[in-house]
Ligand binder design. Structure first.
Ligand SMILES: Cc1cc2nc3c(=O)[nH]c(=O)nc-3n(C[C@H](O)[C@H](O)[C@H](O)COP(=O)(O)O)c2cc1C
Length: 306
């Protein structure tokens, strides 16, 4: 019998559904042990405007909070560890960072193959860079990544995700917008990855797992979105440091800076990013080879880190 350990954090349950659809379809000789991360205190869902923006500085600077220790049977020699996580402000969600920075992750992940599963709006590559580092600091080995996104146009998905996060309802905003988040079809089709994962686990061979996943379209990337994300992450680092100078999550002194950041971000998303995308595609022919190389890197194709 082979053993797979799945560790997820999800507020709405979307990510748990994605991971369960993968693990439920693994071969019968694989036993899956599921664990969910619970933050202390829990982050609100639905969010209030204030709590939503307040999560930015600690998400970006990767400052851990607290989670309930996972009740994992560490006597079992797990063959694969699946980590399912959402993205917060181009960074891993705080509870996931907290898990990785704790002692439990070090003992569980050490010398183990790790498969990451992401459920995001459409910007996940910068967070995955941080996750790669944390996996390697825990002495684990990243063997693959599956990233599911909202496939609607960028600005539409911003409106619908804000509606979803603030209302808790994953339905059609005003009856005219599409459903927020990852489509039901994509969530159910994720089982397409199960046979190749089963094969790797059964044969204890992960060398080509990520390439096989990529061939099955495990990581969809939109070039201009990746470029905006790279620049956005640099700006978020600056903003988060600036806000943290006024104190931690409990501090009321940082409210004003958070408010300016929220206005800045909405301006960048709705005004600057469409112009940036246009410029990006105008320069595309000149940068074609560099862009292709970069996308391959983020997908993890033929990459040392995988
Ligand atoms: C505070 C916050 C910030 C988010 N920032 C991003 C982001 O930078 N990029 C992105 O693609 N999705 C972002 N999302 C969407 C999440 O990655 C995720 O898709 C959504 O929260 C649903 O995840 P769940 O499984 O926890 O319910 C954000 C969500 C929240 C709550």
């Amino acid at each position: 019998m082979k053993h797979v350990l799945s560790i997820t954090y999800s507020q709405s349950g979307q990510l748990n559904d994605i991971v369960t659809n993968i693990t439920d379809n693994l071969s019968k000789n694989i036993k899956v042990h599921h664990h969910k991360i619970t933050p202390v205190p829990n982050f609100p869902f639905p969010w209030t405007g204030k709590s939503f923006w307040n999560a930015m500085p600690e998400s970006v600077q990767m400052i851990p909070s607290e989670i309930v220790p996972l009740n994992i049977d560490e006597q079992i020699d797990y063959d694969l560890i699946i980590i399912g996580y959402p993205i917060w402000f181009l960074s891993p969600a705080i509870p996931i960072t907290t898990f990785f920075l704790g002692n439990q992750a070090k003992s569980i992940l050490s010398n183990k193959p790790v498969l990451t599963v992401i459920g995001a709006r459409n910007m996940w590559v910068m967070a995955q860079e941080e996750i790669k580092k944390m996996i390697s600091e825990c002495n684990g080995k990243l063997v693959g990544n599956i990233a599911l996104c909202d496939k609607h146009y960028n600005l539409i998905s911003v409106v619908t995700i804000i509606y979803w996060m603030m209302s808790g309802n994953k339905n059609n905003f005003l009856g005219i917008f599409p459903k927020p988040g990852i489509s039901d079809e994509d969530i159910s089709n994720v089982s397409v990855f199960s046979p190749v994962i089963s094969n790797s686990v059964t044969n204890s061979d992960y060398d080509t797992l990520n390439e096989k996943l990529v061939n099955l379209k495990s990581a969809r990337l939109i070039p201009d979105i990746v470029s905006i994300e790279e620049k956005g992450k640099r700006m978020f680092k600056i903003w988060s440091k600036f806000i943290l100078k006024k104190g931690g999550p409990e501090s009321n002194k940082r409210s004003f800076r958070l408010k300016i950041f929220s206005r800045y971000l909405l301006f960048v998303i709705f005004v600057v990013s469409p112009i940036a995308s246009l410029i990006y595609y105008l320069t595309w022919p000149l940068l074609f080879i560099r862009i292709r190389r970069k996308l391959k890197y983020y997908k993890g194709v033929r990459l040392k880190a995988y």
